[in-house]
Ligand binder design. Sequence first.
Ligand code: 8IG
Length: 277
Amino acid sequence: MTSGADLDLDDPRTDPQEVARAAAAVIAERTGADRHDIALVLGSGWKPAADALGAADAEVDHADVPGFSAAAVAGHSGTMRSIPLASGRRALVYGTRTHYYEGKGVRSVVHAVRTAAAAGCSTVVLTNGCGGLRPEWAPGTPVLIGDHINLTATSPVEGANFVDLTDLYSARLRDLAREIDPSLDEGVYVQFPGPHYETPAEVRMARVLGGDLVGMSTALEAIAARQAGLEVLGVSLVTNAAAGISENPLDHQEVLDAGQAAAQRCGELLARIVERI
Ligand code: 8IG
């Protein structure tokens, strides 16, 4: 077997599964935990909520893990944290994700999810910050993802593997989330390629197609998670009304502020879900 350092995820001859196994081996070595049970990907607005999950007993720099791409900004490649849960299980928490718009390829986008599966996880919680199409969803509203529409025109699945996505977003986990917070709404997440936000016409299109949430992540990761056999929970934080839904122009600061404001609620929600998964 090749060592992790030799594996180039971008090389079409490389098996992404092999890179995921190499990454999982490094995570096990660095965290001292032979396996993890639940992975979480924290999107925009969810970082302040992370602390509610509990204290990490190990933190691993992405730069040290095979396939996790080098930092866009020097010294800021991000970290993953290993958190022992009260339930006796262990969470692997990714503080950042690779977005499709970064141009590093779809394999990079879904590598964290594949690594989670290789590390032993049976569940992944995918969170994101996104635009909302329903005016009643004020910035700071968490919404369960019931289904998605993938507008990236690509797939993480390679070869003739016809992965069934009928029940991609676990009904069991959505029910569990609603037991914890009965006020949670549910919607269809539409992944656009980004990095620009939508035009108002594109938001109206998303609405006509059956979308409720617009964003730049999650769908490709969820597909890879399903292929890897993971049970998927998706939770969006509506950080802004989608373009044309409100009068206000879109603003990245608004996203950050909404995350701060919603941190308490989102943190509690995540922590309570993760304990019961
Ligand atoms: I935060 O309004 C966030 N991410 N595509 N549209 C898209 N992505 C987003 C948005 C949004 N808000």
